[in-house]
Design a protein around this ligand. Structure first.
Ligand code: NAG
Ligand code: NAG
Length: 307
């Protein structure tokens, strides 16, 4: 009798052990996602002929179907068509697809009206940002290699197009240039319930390569083609800025500072006229704040100290 109980206990322990092993291994069983350059087909293309009229700077803004008001605010402010010192600046929005027919129609209508939407057929969810970014780079590679520079940024950003243009001209770099808010010593987050959790299966190494915060980075347009070219041979990771960093590492392109002063603010920055005249990008700006800041900047007569 006692022996039988012991045997039962053994069997029980063994089963628990096997289950534990099974669940600890489970994440390793998912199929690896292999990125394909030609993933999806273009559904919307923006209204521009880069061969005829090459822009100096193209701003690619990751956006979603729900962010129509952010796009409206951006079109009225930094995303307007600009000519800065005789150089053309254009802004386009990057979108995927949703199952919602109403939203799908609204985006098609918006694209028809504004001609500023780049869209491919992949599911528009946060963790498809890498696909969205790569779509932007693919678009530059195929349709607009004539642009001098490209900026990839988000919908909740303030971008100072004039200052950025000024700094790019001053920097006088034309190829293999990549800049933004530098992240040179970042480590994968291994805590399971963190939004940015990355499993050892997805990324087995202990450190990320140098990259720039995805809130806003700028590069010479040749980098778009080069990153696009190596993208299939780099391990896929859902964090788009890290993925681009992996591509850059493979290309031996090192992210650099744009200016001696800090100009990219991924953690946000309190608004002041003089401050915002001398920055390139600031995160956490609502559409309403953006419109207000813009109005203040455009109408201000304030003399700002030279920095
Ligand atoms: C990303 O998009 C693809 C293609 O639509 C889809 O199969 C995949 O499930 C999406 N990823 C996530 C995390 O939902
Ligand atoms: C920019 O760099 C080129 C060479 O790379 C040089 O010939 C030119 O003078 C530079 N222009 C300015 C404004 O510094």
């Amino acid at each position: 009798m006692a022996q039988q109980k012991l045997r039962l206990l053994y069997v029980g322990l063994l089963s628990v052990g096997a289950l534990c092993l099974y669940f600890s291994m489970a994440p390793y069983k998912e199929e690896p996602f292999v990125f394909k350059k030609t993933y999806g087909t273009f559904l919307q293309l923006p209204d521009i002929d880069c061969r005829q009229d090459p822009p100096f700077l193209v701003l690619l803004v990751t956006s979603s179907h729900m962010q129509a008001s952010a796009r409206t605010a951006i079109r009225k402010t930094w995303g307007r068509e600009w000519t800065v010192s005789g150089r053309q600046v254009r802004t386009f929005f990057l979108l995927g697809t949703t199952g919602n027919q109403e939203q799908t129609n609204a985006v098609a209508q918006e694209s028809y009206e504004h001609g500023d939407i780049i869209q491919k057929n992949f599911k528009d969810v946060y963790f498809n940002l890498t696909l969205k970014t790569m779509m932007g780079l693919e678009w530059v590679h195929h349709f607009c290699p004539q642009a001098a520079f490209v900026m990839k940024t988000d919908s909740d950003m303030f971008v100072n197009v004039h200052y950025l243009t000024e700094l790019l001209l001053k920097k006088n770099r034309t190829t293999r240039f990549f800049t933004g808010f530098l992240k040179l010593n970042e480590y994968p987050i291994r805590r399971k319930f963190n939004k940015w959790f990355v499993s050892k299966y997805e990324y087995p190494w202990d450190k990320y390569p140098p990259f720039c915060s995805g809130t806003g980075y700028v590069f010479s347009s040749d980098v778009a083609s080069q990153v696009y070219d190596v993208s299939e041979s780099v391990p896929f990771i859902k964090l788009e800025d890290v993925f681009v960093g992996l591509c850059l590492a493979k290309l031996r392109i090192r992210p650099e500072e744009l200016h001696s002063q800090q100009t990219f603010f991924p953690e946000g920055l309190r608004f002041s006229t003089c401050r915002f005249k001398k920055i390139v990008a600031c995160h956490f700006v609502t559409p309403k704040e953006l419109l207000t800041y813009w109005h203040v900047l455009e109408t201000s007569q304030e003399d700002c100290p030279e920095v």
